[in-house]
Design a protein around this ligand. Structure first.
Ligand code: 4AD
Ligand code: MG
Length: 446
């Protein structure tokens, strides 16, 4: 018998097929037993009718424990009411075999579980429909990222994970002993290496695991996350924003096209995502501070008012970003942040050294910053001064400074966090659900 994937089931209406998978849920009603079976590609309802099967087989099906691995043969029939993902079809069971009958005491039995319990059982949690949907969307996001970059002239450059110094602040470094060389650090970014790569390849990207020993326990921070970082020669801040909006729009459109079933199963409001198209609104940091102050003035709740406190020079908190992005229905570029809240390598605004040519892209609906980027500093003397001001070891940056002396050009780049992007697209509260096995300040298990 032909073994099919559940997500292709519509192609087999009326045919007898087999599926191989796991029992997710079992219910019964008199002469009928219903199994919701998942095969990795989807969930489908399989129905056993007492009259069609031997007494013994019907009994087996009626008592099969959740998570048992099974092979099921039967006829596909369309039925709008049939639950499942994609749903709308069921299989009338004609043959059934058990590969392994699961233990009865499955830790993630179908009832409410607390967040910590679910995270301790992440190896089982990923079997549930919500997590299955989120992680399939993640895979499509990653595929769309690569597709856009690979078809738009960007060359993939794998940058090192073990690095000699900090690039995004010294407070979030993971360090390790490195033979006779002293300390090495897990990469916070591949950007500095990509700044070397563009002078050989023009447009490049790196894409890999990224490490930040973030002390913050927010819903938006992981200690290990995946970041894609495009870097482009002959590109200024405005051109960078044009690249970013095309890139993000492509990702959203591809997810909408290929992962509708998953998005709908998560209850995501698709109309919000359908609005995402070029161009995205752009406001300066100065304007953003003004807007936040206006929103704060209109706020009556004293607690909220306090959270919205802001002065020029401060970085935005989650609350600031949320109120700001609620004013727009597309992702929002905020550019020209204060130099003091950004990394050492950003080009100053012309005639305004207190602000820099940085840009963050804030997702709509309060999902926060999904990309951070900038035009890079060109003046080697100022760059060296910044390296000192940031307490970075000059000897580790010799090569980086040399880039400014041999064919330097205006260049820009950005980094996009996969998990933050997936959280926004899925409408997920906490980014720990958007990576198969999350690492946070409190968790390295499982
Ligand atoms: O804004 P960040 O720190 O920028 C950089 O690292 C630059 N070197 C990128 C570049 O210009 N090439 O990080 C970029 C993005 C953030 O917008 C966010 O999406 C994600 O990476 N990110 C995190 N995601 C999860 N957990 C964390 N702790 C994150 N820190 C940053
Ligand atoms: Mg940032």
């Amino acid at each position: 018998m032909k073994i099919i994937s559940v997500n292709d089931i519509a192609e087999y209406d009326g045919e007898e097929v087999s599926i191989q998978g796991w029992v997710y849920k079992r219910t019964g009603k008199g002469k009928l037993a219903f199994l919701l079976v998942r095969d990795g590609s989807g969930f489908v309802q399989c129905v056993a009718f007492n009259g069609d099967l031997s007494e013994e087989l019907f009994e087996t099906i009626s008592h099969i424990p959740q998570e048992s691995s099974v092979v099921i043969t039967g006829t596909v029939r369309a039925d709008k009411r049939a639950p499942g993902l994609p749903g709308g079809y069921e299989i009338g069971i004609s043959a059934f075999s058990v590969i392994q009958a699961a233990n009865e005491d499955y830790p993630m039995a179908l009832k409410e579980h607390g967040a910590d319990f679910a995270l301790d059982n992440r190896h089982f949690w990923i079997r549930m429909p919500s997590q299955w949907a989120i992680l399939r969307i993640r895979a499509t996001v990653i595929s769309a990222i690569r597709e856009w970059l690979d078809t738009n002239g960007y060359i993939l450059m794998d940058t090192p994970i073990l690095t000699p110094a900090a690039a995004e602040g010294t407070t979030t470094l993971f360090e390790t002993e490195y033979f006779d060389e002293g300390k090495a650090y897990l990469a916070q970014t591949g950007q500095l290496y990509n700044e070397a790569n563009i002078f050989a390849f023009g447009k490049v990207y790196c894409f890999g695991p990224t490490f930040r020993a973030e002390k913050s326990k927010t819903r938006r921070h992981l200690t290990e996350f995946w970041m894609v970082e495009p870097e482009v020669a002959f590109c200024d801040l405005d051109q960078l924003m044009e690249i970013e909006e095309q890139f993000v729009t492509h990702i959203v459109k591809r997810v909408l096209k290929e992962r509708r079933v998953e998005l709908e199963s998560l209850g995501r409001d698709l109309s919000a995502l359908e609005q995402v198209d070029v161009p995205f609104p752009r406001i300066s940091y100065d304007k953003a501070v003004e807007m936040i102050k206006e929103i704060q003035a209109e706020t009556e709740d004293p607690e909220e008012k306090a959270l919205l406190d802001i002065e020029w020079g401060m970085d935005f908190g989650a609350r600031h970003e949320t109120v700001l992005t609620k004013k727009f229905d597309k992702p929002l570029f905020v550019y020209g942040y204060p130099t003091q809240v950004k990394a050492f390598y950003m080009e100053p605004m012309p005639g305004r050294p207190e602000a820099c040519k940085s840009v963050d892209l804030l997702a709509p609906e309060g999902y926060g910053e999904i990309t951070g980027g900038s035009e890079r500093m060109s003046d080697p003397d100022l760059l060296l001064q910044r390296i000192h001001e940031h307490g970075l070891p000059e000897e580790s940056f010799k090569w980086y400074l040399q880039l400014r002396q041999f064919g330097s050009v205006p260049h820009s780049g950005f980094g996009m966090g996969v998990e933050r992007t997936v959280a926004w697209l899925c409408g997920t509260d906490h980014i720990r659900e958007t990576i198969p096995f999350p690492r946070t300040i409190k968790r390295v298990y499982p």
